[in-house]
Design a protein around this ligand. Structure first.
Ligand code: ADP
Ligand code: MG
Length: 284
């Protein structure tokens, strides 16, 4: 679905007058592969290059050096731009900046309409997309009246309606309350497992990465760590060095282990911690 080789991205820095004053290397030699159907999480502190990477996956930016292919399409090829944007949809942080329609169903229909999908099929797609994110009953509502989490799900429906192979979500839950956050992440999972849509989830919330198939951790424009969630979250000190937390349960398990309790590394869920504690209880 995605293949990146030796990607470098330099931004041009500008002084107060707007004159070029050097460059900032935001992506520094990144190579990675994402297979169709994977759920990928990208972690990293502020300024580590996550959003810059995301924009390359949607051809919003072009490589300073190196190559990005989306389903075999080189993002440098201008003639493929629409195909690439249709294949790799993007969801941003702020739901208010993404919704343009006056009515939910109209908003979701914009993408397919711009693609030239026939009217009847647009309505089918709008219905199927809103159902997929559990927003169908809101189809006649004004987006202004929705909560942040609901708006974000409408944005996702707008992307799904274009039948993408892949959705890139750049901190989609950063502005949401816990319940909105859960609904958006649940929707992402449903699309991944149910519709086989590849998901790239960029997030600050470690908990959201726990179920991912593969995790990339970025630092200073590079991939500093990668592996399964269990591999990544068992490296508590390494993550702390990169200014990242681990999920709360993992942190607690780590402290108990440091204090001599016989608990395995890389505990990710409450259930796993409970199991480990039960074993100790029985042994004692
Ligand atoms: P993240 O999403 O992980 O917070 P970004 O990709 O936004 O990181 O930023 C990576 C680096 O690139 C940072 O040092 C940031 O200041 C710089 N940067 C981002 N956007 C621009 C821009 N438009 N012009 C100049 N520098 C930028
Ligand atoms: Mg960002």
């Amino acid at each position: 679905m995605i293949k990146i080789r030796d990607l470098i991205h330099d931004y041009i820095k500008r002084d107060e007058e707007g004159n070029p004053a050097g460059t900032v290397r935001a992506i520094d030699d990144v190579s990675l592969d994402v297979k169709p159907g994977q759920f990928i999480a990208i972690l990293g502190h502020n300024g580590s290059g996550k959003s810059t990477l995301a924009k390359h996956l949607n051809a919003l930016l072009h490589p300073t050096e190196g190559t990005v292919w989306i389903k075999g399409m080189d993002t440098k090829d201008q003639s493929l731009l629409l195909d690439i944007r249709q294949t790799a949809g993007m969801i941003f942080q702020n739901p208010d900046n993404q919704i343009i329609g006056q009515v939910v169903e109209e908003d979701v229909g914009f993408g397919p309409e711009n693609m030239g999908v026939p009217t009847e099929e647009i309505w089918e797609r709008v219905e199927e997309s809103l159902k997929a994110v559990e927003m169908y009953e809101y189809r006649k509502k004004s987006p202004n009246r929705l909560s942040g989490g609901q708006k974000q799900r409408v944005s996702i429906a707008g992307v799904i309606a274009m039948h993408p192979g892949c959705i890139i979500m750049d901190e989609p839950t950063a502005m949401l309350d816990p319940s909105g956050r859960k609904d958006v992440i649940d929707a992402a999972w449903t699309l991944n497992r149910g519709e086989d849509i590849t998901i790239i989830l960029i997030t600050h919330y470690m908990e959201e990465a726990i179920r991912a198939d593969h995790v990339f951790v970025m630092d200073k424009g590079r991939i500093a760590m990668q592996g399964t969630p269990r591999e990544i979250f068992s490296k508590v000190t390494e993550l702390q060095r990169l200014h990242l937390d681990v999920p709360q349960v993992t942190q607690l398990a780590y402290i108990l282990r440091e204090n001599g309790l016989d608990i395995p590394e890389g505990i990710l869920t409450k259930e796993e911690l409970a199991e480990a504690l039960k074993k100790i209880g029985k042994a004692g």
